[in-house]
Design a protein around this ligand. Structure first.
Ligand code: MSP
Length: 667
C-alpha cells in the first residue's frame, strides 16, 4: 500500500536543534517500519521559509530574505543527509511550484464560498505565527508563557472555519487513532467543542510571503498567512493544483489529482504537540472545504527540554544535533531519543544518560552478546573457514523444542509483543524494550547452558543447538531493530551474510521462523565502544555557585580594583520574578523564574529562602547578573544570580528605585 509520512516543514529562523531532529527521526523510523511490513512509503520533509518571523530573522542578519533562507534551508538538508534520513522529497515554501499551489488553493477556497474580506484586530505572536484574541497579559499563551504578543489591526481575508466545527468533531470520532496520543486528541476535541472562530488567512502589514490575487474589494496586497502557506506543502510537494486548468475540474472529486493521490490518501503527519492544533483543526478544515481526503493519522510528540527548562539560545542550553551526530553517530542519537521517553511525553535531554545507555544497553546487552556469540562460533563451530563458520541446522529445530521449551515459549511471547502493533500505536519505547527482552533471553541462554562446558564435555548437539538459538535470536533482533538503528541492524545481519529486507522481516519477525538454513557466520569488529566520559564538554557544572551559601553574600574581601572595561563585562539586568518555589531538600534555596525580557524566563537559584517567602517575591523586580556561566546547585541548574546584601542580622535584595522594563541594563 502507498503511504505518505510527513515531518513538519521547519522554520529557517535558526539552525536545527534536537527537537527538529527528533521529529525527523520518528518519521524516518516509521518509514522504515512500514517498508519492512510491505508498504511503499514516501517521506516528505522541508523548510518553512515565509512569514514575519523569517523576515525579521533575515533582517537581523542583514541579509535579503531569500539569500538567508537559502543558507539555513541548506543546513537542515545537510543535517538530514548527515543523519542518513531517507527522505523522498525536500520541499521549500519558496519553491515556485509551491507558490502556484497556494494561489490555486486560495482561489478554490474563495470559489467554494469559504473566504470573505474583513479586518483582523487583535494580538499576534510572531514566534508561533498565531492569532490570539482577548489575552490580557500581552504574553503568548502557547509559547510557554514567554513571548510577547503584538497588537495588529489590518485588512485580512478570513476562512469560514466555524462552518466546519461539526464535521471536524465527527472526523475525530470516526477513528480511534486519527490523533495519537489519545490525551492530545481529547485536547483537540475540547478546543473545537468550545467553539471555533473564523481564521484570518492573509496578512497585509509586511511583504515576505506568497502574494494572493485581489478579490472582493480588497484595498491592499495580501500575502498568504504563513500557516496556510506551510500546511499546503503536503500537497504542493506532489505537484497538486499546479496546473491552472485543474481549476475547472469539479472539486468534489479528487480523481483529477492523479496517481500520486494514492500516497496522499494514506497520509501520516508527525508533529510536535505545539503545532497539533494547526494540523488537527485548520488543515482538515481546509481539506474539507476543498473536497480532498483527510489524513489518516496525526501523531503528536512531546518536547525535549534541558534540565527541566525549554531550550533557548539565550540560556545557552540548546542541544545541537550536528555536534551529537558527529560525536556519537546518528545511530546512537536515534536510539537515545526514541528509547528515552514514551512518545507524546516531554523528555529531559541528558548527555550523561545517553552515555550510560551506550555502555549498558548498546555496548553491553547488544554488542557484547553478538561478540560473545561470534567468539564462541570461532572456538566451537566444527566447520571453519578464515574468519567464517557454519552452524549446521540438521535436527536443531526438534532438539530445541524438546530441550529448551521454556525459552522457545518466552521467545514466542516476545515476538507476539513485537508484532502487536506497538509502532502503529506509537509505543516506540515499549517496542524497543521488547527487542531488549530478546537480547536478555540470548544472554540468559548463554549464562544458563554454559556453551564452554558443553564443549568441554563433548556435548556437540546441545552446543550447536544453543549457538543456533542465539544466532537466530540475533537475527530477529537485527530485523526488529532496523527502523530504530538501521546501520547497526544491517551490520548485525551482515555478520550472518544476510541483508534486511521485507522478506527477511517476514521470516524472522512476522512468521517467527528459525533454523530453516544453516547459519553462515563471520567475525565483524565490535559494534560499540564503551565510554569513560562524555564526548562533548558540557557547560561548567562546578563553580563557586555549587557551594552557594547566603552567608557568603556580604563577606568583606580585600578586593582588587577593576577597570571600567572589566566592570562592563558584567551584564546586570532588571527582571520580574514570575514564579518562586523552594528547592526540595534545601532550607536555603529558592528556585525563581525571572522575566528578563528574553524569549523565555530564566531559572535562577538563590540562597534567600530564610529571608523571603515565594509570595513576597512574585511580581517584584530584582537585579540579576545575567551573563554568569550556568551552574549546578543541588542537582539543578541556575542561569544567573540575583544581587543581595547581607549583614549580621538579615539579608535584603538589591532593588531599583522605580519600576523599569524587564531586561533593562544596570550600569
Ligand atoms: N514551520 C512550522 C511547521 C509547519 S508544518 C506545516 C514549525 N516549525 S518549527 O521549526 O518551529 O518546529 C518544527 C517542529 O519541531 C515542531 O513539530 C516542533 O514541535 C518541533 N520542536 C521544536 N522544538 C522542540 C523541542 N525542544 N523538542 C521537540 N520538538 C520540538 O512549527
Amino acid at each position: 500500500m502507498k503511504q505518505l509520512i510527513t515531518t513538519p516543514i521547519y522554520y529557517v529562523n535558526d539552525v536545527p536543534h534536537i527537537g527538529h531532529a527528533y521529529t525527523t527521526i520518528i518519521a524516518d523510523m516509521l518509514k522504515k517500519h512500514k517498508w519492512l511490513r510491505g508498504d511503499e512509503v514516501f517521506l516528505l520533509t522541508g523548510t518553512d521559509e515565509h512569514g514575519q518571523k523569517i523576515e525579521q530573522a533575515a533582517k537581523a542578519k542583514g541579509k535579503p530574505p531569500k539569500a538567508y533562507t537559502d543558507e539555513v534551508s541548506a543546513v537542515f538538508r545537510s543535517l538530514w543527509d548527515m543523519m542518513g534520513i531517507d527522505y523522498d522529497h525536500f520541499i521549500r515554501t519558496t519553491d515556485e511550484s509551491h507558490k502556484q499551489t497556494i494561489v490555486q488553493v486560495f482561489e478554490r477556497l474563495c470559489a467554494n464560498g469559504d473566504v470573505y474580506l474583513g479586518e483582523y484586530e487583535g494580538d499576534y505572536c510572531v514566534s508561533c505565527e498565531s492569532f490570539f484574541l482577548n489575552v490580557d497579559s500581552g504574553i503568548c499563551p502557547d509559547c510557554a508563557g514567554s513571548k510577547p504578543l503584538s497588537k495588529i489591526k489590518e485588512e485580512s481575508y478570513f476562512f469560514a472555519l466555524s462552518k466546519y466545527e461539526k464535521r471536524l468533531l465527527e472526523w475525530y470520532a470516526s477513528s480511534e487513532d486519527v490523533i495519537l496520543p489519545k490525551y492530545r486528541k481529547n485536547e483537540v476535541v475540547r478546543f473545537v467543542e468550545s467553539g471555533l472562530q473564523d481564521l484570518s488567512i492573509s496578512r497585509t502589514s509586511f511583504e515576505w510571503g506568497i502574494a494572493l490575487p485581489k478579490h472582493k474589494g480588497a484595498q491592499k496586497q495580501h500575502i498568504a498567512y504563513v500557516w496556510l502557506d506551510a500546511l499546503f506543502n503536503y500537497m504542493s510537494a506532489f505537484g497538486l493544483y499546479q496546473n491552472p486548468e485543474s481549476l475547472q475540474v469539479d472539486s468534489s472529486s479528487p480523481a483529477h489529482l492523479g496517481e500520486k493521490m494514492a500516497y496522499w490518501e494514506c497520509a501520516t503527519h508527525i508533529v510536535g504537540k505545539d503545532i497539533l492544533r494547526f494540523h488537527a483543526v485548520y488543515w482538515p478544515a481546509f481539506l474539507m472545504s476543498l473536497g480532498l481526503p483527510l489524513p489518516k493519522h496525526i501523531y503528536a510528540h512531546g518536547w525535549w527540554m534541558r534540565d527541566g527548562q525549554k531550550m533557548s539560545k539565550s540560556l545557552g542550553n540548546v542541544v545541537d544535533p550536528r555536534a551529537f551526530t558527529k560525536a556519537y553517530g546518528a545511530e546512537v542519537l536515534r536510539y537515545y531519543l526514541l528509547r528515552e521517553t514514551p512518545f507524546g511525553q516531554d523528555g529531559d535531554f541528558s548527555q550523561k544518560l545517553l552515555c550510560e545507555r551506550i555502555n549498558s544497553e548498546l555496548a553491553n546487552d547488544l554488542g557484547n552478546l553478538l561478540h560473545r556469540f561470534l567468539a564462541m562460533c570461532a572456538k566451537y563451530a566444527p566447520q571453519k573457514g578464515i574468519n567464517s563458520f557454519t552452524l549446521e541446522n540438521q535436527g536443531v529445530a526438534e532438539f530445541v523444542v524438546e530441550h529448551y521449551g521454556d525459552e522457545v515459549k518466552t521467545q514466542c511471547k516476545i515476538l507476539d509483543e513485537i508484532n502487536s502493533g506497538l509502532i502503529e500505536s506509537m509505543q516506540i519505547k515499549a517496542y524497543i524494550e521488547a527487542i531488549w527482552k530478546l537480547l536478555h533471553l540470548g544472554n540468559a541462554m548463554i549464562a544458563k547452558y554454559e556453551p564452554w562446558n558443553l564443549f568441554k564435555n563433548g556435548k556437540s548437539v546441545e552446543l550447536n543447538a544453543i549457538l543456533n538459538f542465539v544466532g537466530y535470536t540475533l537475527l530477529k533482533v537485527a530485523n526488529a531493530l532496523y527502523p530504530i538503528m538501521p546501520q547497526t541492524a544491517s551490520t548485525i545481519a551482515m555478520a550472518f551474510g544476510q541483508g534486511i529486507t521485507p522478506a527477511s522481516y517476514i521470516y524472522h519477525i512476522k512468521q517467527n521462523k528459525m533454523f530453516h538454513l544453516p547459519l553462515e557466520v563471520r567475525v565483524i569488529p565490535p559494534l560499540f565502544q564503551k565510554l569513560d566520559s562524555m564526548l562533548i564538554p558540557e557547560a561548567p557544572l562546578e563553580s563557586t555557585f555549587e557551594k552557594v551559601d547566603s552567608s557568603d553574600c556580604g563577606k568583606e574581601a580585600g578586593l582588587a580594583l577593576v577597570s571600567i572595561e572589566d566592570f562592563s563585562k558584567l551584564d546586570i539586568r532588571v527582571g520580574e520574578v514570575l514564579e518562586a518555589e523552594p528547592v526540595p531538600k534545601s532550607s536555603k534555596l529558592l528556585r525563581l523564574k525571572i522575566d528578563l525580557g528574553e524569549s523565555e524566563p530564566r531559572v535562577v537559584l538563590s540562597g534567600i529562602a530564610q529571608y523571603y517567602t515565594p509570595k513576597q517575591l512574585i511580581s517584584t523586580q530584582v537585579c540579576v547578573i545575567a551573563n554568569l556561566k550556568p551552574a549546578k546547585i543541588m542537582g539543578q541548574f541556575s542561569y544567573g544570580m540575583i544581587l543581595a546584601s547581607k549583614d549580621d542580622e538579615s539579608l535584603s535584595l538589591v532593588r531599583i528605585d522605580g519600576k523599569r522594563k524587564n531586561g533593562s541594563r544596570i550600569s
